[in-house]
Design a protein around this ligand. Structure first.
Ligand SMILES: *[C@@H]1O[C@H](CO)[C@@H](O)[C@H](O)[C@H]1NC(C)=O
Ligand SMILES: *[C@@H]1O[C@H](CO)[C@@H](O)[C@H](O)[C@H]1NC(C)=O
Ligand SMILES: *[C@@H]1O[C@H](CO)[C@@H](O)[C@H](O)[C@H]1NC(C)=O
Ligand SMILES: *[C@@H]1O[C@H](CO)[C@@H](O)[C@H](O)[C@H]1NC(C)=O
Ligand SMILES: *[C@@H]1O[C@H](CO)[C@@H](O)[C@H](O)[C@H]1NC(C)=O
Length: 231
């Protein structure tokens, strides 16, 4: 019975921990949907995509879950006509595949703004703003009705002529948003530039964590025992 109690305490701690992280993630996600007032109109580009994918509209976002077990995530973001002069705090929409920033007096957009937006495949921007990662990061760039349309994010891992930067040996390249790629060490390699071979030193890294878990469990156990013994 006592063992069950301390076990439940740990579960409660883990639950609180997870809830905290989920909540903070959902907060940043929702914040981006409320960056400006109103909701997505059915007639807008993002609204049409949203009805095709049977998404749910919340403020300026279209949300959807791929299957019932997954949490909902943003698939479309419509910040059109929002009087935005700069674009920031939109990291919550990194799962979106369509973003509309048209009809805003944006001056420029930082190159790193869309880092990690791997699924982004369609953008509508004011005409004066270049597609993130420049034209070479997109299959098609067009000016239509005074807006710039960037379509089809190119995979920077396949040499595109200009970008022949490769990941170091023993590492794998993965797309990381328009114009960006990410290198990760191949299996059995680790360390700076993936130069060290061998199993990941799990014991050194996880050792202290495991030890502290044991100490905490022991403290919980002894405190429970003391309570049980005292009359
Ligand atoms: C927009 O689409 C939703 C869902 O398809 C529908 O319920 C709603 O009535 C539509 N709104 C307008 C203004 O057409
Ligand atoms: C932009 O928003 C303003 C009011 O906020 C509205 O009057 C105008 O019609 C909108 N423009 C478009 C193209 O939706
Ligand atoms: C772009 O953003 C990065 C990271 O937020 C920052 O370090 C950098 O100074 C910014 N660049 C410009 C030109 O504002
Ligand atoms: C990118 O493509 C657009 C549309 O084709 C073109 O107008 C623009 O000049 C290009 N920009 C650069 C930097 O090549
Ligand atoms: C890489 O690019 C070449 C030509 O640009 C293409 O034929 C090939 O299929 C691409 N490979 C991948 C994995 O996308």
């Amino acid at each position: 019975m006592k063992a069950v109690c301390s076990w439940m305490k740990s579960v409660a701690l883990i639950l609180i921990f997870n809830l905290y992280f989920n909540a903070s993630y959902q907060l940043t996600e929702l914040k981006v949907c409320k960056l400006c007032g109103g909701t997505i109109l059915n007639s807008s580009a993002v609204g049409q995509i949203c009805s095709i994918y049977a998404g749910r509209i919340d403020g300026r976002c279209c949300l959807r879950n791929d299957n019932t077990n997954d949490p909902e995530h943003i698939i479309g973001l419509d910040l059109s006509n929002c009087s935005l002069t700069c674009v920031q705090d939109i990291q919550g929409a990194s799962t979106a595949f369509m973003i509309d920033l048209s009809l805003n007096p944006i001056v420029n957009i930082n190159d790193t703004t869309f880092q990690g937006f791997n699924k982004l495949n369609y953008m509508i921007l004011p005409q004066n703003i270049n597609c993130p990662g420049s034209n070479t990061s997109w299959e098609k760039v067009e000016i239509k009705e005074g807006n710039r349309h960037c379509e089809g994010q190119r995979n920077m891992c396949n040499e595109t002529g200009q970008l022949s930067m490769n990941c170091p040996e023993n590492s794998l390249c993965a797309p990381f948003g328009p114009g960006f790629f990410e290198c990760s060490c191949a299996e059995n390699f680790h360390g700076y530039k993936c130069l060290r071979e061998g199993d990941f030193p799990a014991l050194q890294v996880f050792g202290p964590l495991a030890a502290s878990t044991v100490v905490i469990s022991f403290l919980l156990w002894t405190s429970q025992r003391r309570k049980a013994k005292s009359p």
